[in-house]
Design a protein around this ligand. Structure first.
Ligand code: SF4
Length: 324
């Protein structure tokens, strides 16, 4: 990748406990280039949101980055102090969370919040910041943005609030947006609109997007590449169409088979047997082996690293598809 906006290298996140240390994210490496949307998908507890939180410096104690490095726009950020990271956040990285009210203050109008954020990061006077705020509201599809500017968050519907949050994330023309389950709390019809909006804005502004979700359907609609996570590790990484069409990791294959399609909508969706183990009980060898129909003796003893299998990277001793 010539000029990546985000580079994550061998990231490891630990949660120290009194008697042991839990490893929540282990050996995670990936990069995102300008204008690219990379989806990170997996079940709850797979480590995808923690990876996003570590990138934007919002990992909550006792969670800590125990190893690895993170660069955003060429600057190493995993070792910045909180004040320096706050400047990066907002100016270089925007964040969109599942609940818009995480990002919005109910006591201020959306206009006040946009102007405040714009002026924190850009050298604009109040009038110019207001113009930019109204233009951003229009860009994210808020009707009558000049009037809505003076309204409070509770006067907006859930979908409109999420549009305001996207406008907030775009205030300083960030190079990277971390969107963590941005559509999960919305009605299905609104979800599609927000997904389309994110994709268009990313293309128009050349913003790199890390899209964290448990919903493979959202990834299929939006992302260029996808990283599938399981028990804190990436188990498959590749172009979305290829990972959906010809998944190589048995867990990814199970996830893909559970995406609803028009042909399959009447049938019972595929389910992977069993559940992902908790952090305290990740088995030795390949962590997926207790659920994997292809497991062999080696899978119970040795953990596979990500390695090339065709056009994908796959962490599996026995990937699906032709031998590479
Ligand atoms: Fe299944 Fe073995 Fe591959 Fe793990 S390494 S996914 S257990 S075949």
């Amino acid at each position: 990748m010539a000029n990546p906006v985000l580079v994550v290298e061998k990231l490891r996140i630990e949660f120290p406990q009194r008697r042991r240390t839990l490893v929540a994210v282990d050996d995670v490496s990936f990069a995102i280039e300008r204008g690219e949307v990379v989806g990170v998908v997996g079940e709850s507890g797979a480590g995808k949101s923690l990876t996003g939180a570590a990138i934007i410096g919002l990992l909550r104690a006792p969670g800590r980055i125990a190893a690895g490095r993170i660069w955003i726009d060429g600057r190493r950020v995993d070792n910045l102090d909180p004040a320096a990271m706050r400047r990066v956040r907002g100016r270089v990285v925007g964040a969109i969370f599942q609940d818009p009210m995480t990002s919005l203050n109910p006591l201020f109008t959306v206009g006040q919040q946009l102007v405040e954020t714009i002026r924190t990061h850009l050298p604009l006077d109040r009038a110019a910041a207001r113009d930019r705020a109204v233009a951003l509201l229009a860009e994210v599809g808020i009707p009558a943005p000049g009037q809505r500017f003076d309204q409070y968050p509770h006067q907006f519907s859930g979908g409109m609030r999420q549009r305001v949050v996207i406008a907030l994330a775009l205030c300083a023309e960030p190079k990277l947006i971390i969107a963590d389950e941005p559509t999960t709390a919305l009605d299905v019809s609104i979800q599609a609109q927000i997904v389309a909006l994110l994709k268009r804005l990313c293309q128009d502004h050349g913003t790199a997007v890390m899209l964290v979700t448990h919903d493979m359907g959202v990834i299929a609609e939006t992302a260029d590449r996808v990283a599938v996570m399981y028990t804190g590790r990436i188990v498959e990484l590749g172009r979305v169409a290829e990972v959906i069409g010809t998944p190589r990791h048995p867990y990814a294959a199970g996830l893909m088979a559970s995406i609803p399609t028009i042909d399959r909508r009447q049938e019972r969706l595929f389910q992977i047997d069993g559940a992902m183990p908790p952090l305290a009980a990740i088995p030795a060898g390949c962590p997926f082996h207790p659920r994997c129909p292809r497991a062999i003796a080696r899978c119970r003893e040795e953990r596979p690293d990500l390695a090339r299998a065709g056009a994908h990277l796959v962490a599996c001793w026995l990937p699906l598809g032709p031998p590479s």
